[in-house]
Design a protein around this ligand. Structure first.
Ligand code: NAP
Ligand code: G4F
Length: 336
């Protein structure tokens, strides 16, 4: 019988890639979708249209909705990807961030236990943000010193997953994923913001882009590669915690330089520094060492830093230039 997967956060960047990969592997895929005033299913519309995904209304702040969906779907695996995932915004709404990011894992795990669904596997979308101010490179055993409300909330989610694994023998695993991006990345994260602005500047639609700290360094991979790792983690025979990263990092400035350069522009001519985009506390450098997942599960990223940038630019170019007939679109020669 087909395995049944339930994804919270299915409308997000990762949820959409994960759903596609699970469908390719023969899973039946279900998702929790929250009610929003405008429709936010853009990333999974094709899957909804062809019936390969079914969503249920629910909210991670509402334990009753979680229980209702768990009872209805009876999943073999729950992938908990839902979150208020913006680090800077977590300083503005710390209480809400903790309710969703920290308490949802508690709500789901405890619901699984009380519903006698302890055989359902649980994946927790943990984050490199939990390492906070610990110096790079970071591995599974690095001291976790979060410096944001989001990082603190993710740390609770990480530990509660370990507690249910140890205490109740549940198959509960953390994927400690470093930054991963794609054309589907939300527009307020720095990579997408830079790529979109650079393309719009090239097309004469925008004059400049305001950014914050250009010195922070991140280990940026591609979301599709990382969702492949997530499936490997959950199909492994043992529940464990895993760092997923590329092992290469770049500063925000370097990312911007590469993007503008790709388009034949000079980043310095268009970037304005604005205090609005600095955080009260910053994670200066994230660089993951994913030796464990590489040695034990054989996972390696396929898409390079350059490949990620190219994919994001080509997709943004298409979004900004194609109005009617997408099928006829081709990248201009200097983008290839
Ligand atoms: P994302 O694009 O921001 O997606 C977040 C998802 O969570 C969306 O589907 C969103 O729904 C949903 N959500 C938010 N609040 C909710 C609530 N109260 N109830 C139900 N659903 C809710 O994030 P992502 O980049 O795909 O990341 C996926 C997960 O991995 C998150 O937990 C994130 O914290 C974690 N993570 C991400 C990265 C990264 O670099 N991308 C790295 C490490 C960890 P709407 O569409 O309605 O907003
Ligand atoms: O793109 P960012 O907002 O990502 P950040 O804060 O690293 O968080 C992302 O990765 C985490 C994993 O480590 C996830 F858990 C989390 O959910 C999220 O997906 O910012 C990256 C860097 C930061 O140092 C920030 O200060 O870019 C710097 N930055 C500079 N100017 C900016 C901007 N960030 C944003 N969002 N917007 C700016 O204008």
């Amino acid at each position: 019988m087909d395995k049944r997967a339930l994804i919270t956060g299915i409308t997000g960047q990762d949820g959409s890639y994960l759903a596609e990969l699970l469908i390719e592997r023969g899973y039946k895929v279900y998702g929790i979708q929250r009610r929003t005033s405008t429709i936010v299913t853009e990333r999974i519309n094709s899957l909804l249209d062809n019936g390969s995904v079914e969503t249920f209304y629910g909210d991670l702040s509402d334990v009753n909705s979680i229980i209702r969906v768990l009872k209805e779907v009876k999943p073999d695996i729950v992938f908990n990807l839902g979150a208020m995932s913006h680090v800077k915004v977590s300083f503005d709404i710390p209480d809400y961030t903790v309710q969703i990011v920290a308490l949802a894992p508690v709500r789901i795990l405890e619901s699984l236990r009380l519903l006698d669904m302890k055989d359902t596997r649980y994946y927790q979308a943990s984050s490199s943000e939990i390492f906070g101010s610990s110096s790079a490179p970071q591995v599974e055993t690095t001291t976790m010193l979060p410096v944001s409300p989001y990082g603190c909330a993710k740390l609770l989610g990480y530990h509660i997953t370990r507690v249910y694994r140890a205490g109740y023998g549940m198959f509960a695993s953390n994927g400690i994923l470093f930054n991963h991006e794609s054309p589907r990345r939300g527009e307020t994260f720095v990579t997408k913001k830079i790529v979109r602005a650079a393309v719009r500047i090239k097309l004469g639609k925008q004059k400049s882009v305001k950014l914050g700290n250009l010195d922070a360094k991140r280990d940026w991979g591609h979301a599709r590669d990382y969702m492949r790792a997530v499936i490997m983690i959950m199909e492994h025979d043992k529940p464990e915690d895993w760092v997923v990263a590329t092992g290469e990092y770049h500063s925000v400035r370097e990312f911007a330089d590469r993007v503008f350069d790709y388009l034949g522009l000079r980043a310095d001519d268009y970037i304005e520094i604005s205090g609005d985009y600095f955080r009260p506390n910053e994670v200066p450098e994230l660089l993951g060492d994913s030796k464990k997942i590489s040695d034990i599960l054989g996972w390696h990223p396929d898409i390079t830093f350059e490949g990620l940038i190219k994919d994001m630019i080509e997709s943004a170019w298409k979004e900004e230039t194609v109005a009617v007939n997408q099928a006829q679109w081709r990248a201009p020669s200097y983008l290839r």
